[in-house]
Design a protein around this ligand. Structure first.
Ligand SMILES: C[S@@+](CC[C@H](N)C(=O)[O-])C[C@H]1O[C@@H](n2cnc3c(N)ncnc32)[C@H](O)[C@@H]1O
Length: 292
């Protein structure tokens, strides 16, 4: 282990210098990015870092930190660099080939948990599961003994490998099934709750955002108008969903009216609503179908 010498910069100085470089390169959250990366290198939580801001950083740690900052400057997501992202209070492994779970998706999980409360056990699907964020956090947060089934699907083998890793790490091997397939095409029906955060961006939206280049196109791009996967899933949803079942989809805010219209066309007479995210933007379309 390399010990710091008297001339070693402090953690606070290293942090500030990195935040300035990240800000100059146009990163949205330079200070936070630098802090998360330094905590990762030093193996500290937030409080631990703040009480050590005046301590010198070893040369070895500084070199490791600078290497991560350099990769962040190349638009690699912070979560790919640390290998993990918290979602619904749980640690999810992430890496190239899988979308980094976003905080706004937690609203969909919370809506789903509330919808399922006081309903009998049934079948819950998460389509386009990626790291498993929705299905696994949903399973982990179910209150009490719930004897239904949760199945998560994805087209990407890389995503399913990460989801399987997260499932094991969270102790949910016996609770959540993983399936490789196109949307819900592999499902025979009997679904009570259908959840999906499918790719919904238009190509130009991704091209305009450097923060998205490292994440897989399959996870982000939804065709010319961004709605291809959602449109296909909604067309198939009446086949798989039981009468009285529900559906929750994450969307781009600009798609709210179009997705609500598609949902009403697929389920005439159903109750459809748009849920805002924490920024007040339309982020989810939820549908409760008419009981048979
Ligand atoms: C926006 S990411 C969401 C990942 C995860 N559910 C989350 O919220 O963090 C979309 C996911 O859908 C998957 N996907 C894309 N097209 C698909 C398809 N036709 N059938 C199944 N999964 C698909 C991608 O591989 C990706 O994992």
């Amino acid at each position: 282990m390399i010990e710091p010498d008297a001339a070693s910069p402090t953690a606070g100085e290293v942090l500030r210098a990195a935040a300035v470089r990240l800000a100059a390169a146009g990163r949205d959250t330079p200070r936070l990015d630098a802090e998360v990366l330094l905590r990762h290198v030093l193996g500290l939580d937030r409080t631990g870092l703040f009480v050590r801001l005046r301590d010198p950083v070893t040369n070895q740690d500084r070199v490791a930190f600078e290497a991560l900052v350099a990769r962040r400057l190349e638009n690699v997501p912070v979560a790919y660099l640390t290998g993990t992202r918290e979602f619904m209070g749980l640690p999810f492994a992430v890496g190239p080939g899988v979308l980094v779970p976003r905080p706004e998706t937690e609203i969909l999980v919370e809506w789903a948990l509330a919808w399922l409360a006081n309903r009998p056990p049934g079948l819950v699907l998460d389509i386009g599961t990626g790291s498993g964020a929705i299905a696994l956090s949903f399973a982990a947060h179910l209150p009490g003994p719930w004897t239904g089934w949760i199945v998560a699907g994805d087209l990407s083998r890389a995503a399913l490998a990460v989801a399987a890793r997260n499932r094991a790490a969270l102790g949910l091997d016996g609770r959540v099934g993983l399936v490789r397939g196109d949307l819900a095409g592999w499902c025979r029906g009997g679904v009570d709750l259908l959840l999906a955060n499918l790719p919904y961006l238009r190509p130009e939206q991704r091209a305009a955002n450097p923060d998205l280049v490292a994440e897989p196109a399959l996870a982000l791009l939804g065709g010319g108008d961004g709605l291809d996967p959602i449109r296909r899933l909604l067309a198939d949803a009446p086949r798989v969903l039981v009468p009285g079942g529900a559906l929750g989809l994450e969307i781009d805010p600009a798609q709210a009216a179009a997705v609500e219209a598609l949902a009403r066309a697929a389920f005439p007479g159903a109750r459809a609503a748009v849920l805002p995210d924490l920024a007040g933007l339309a982020r989810h379309v939820v549908v409760e179908t008419t009981p048979g």
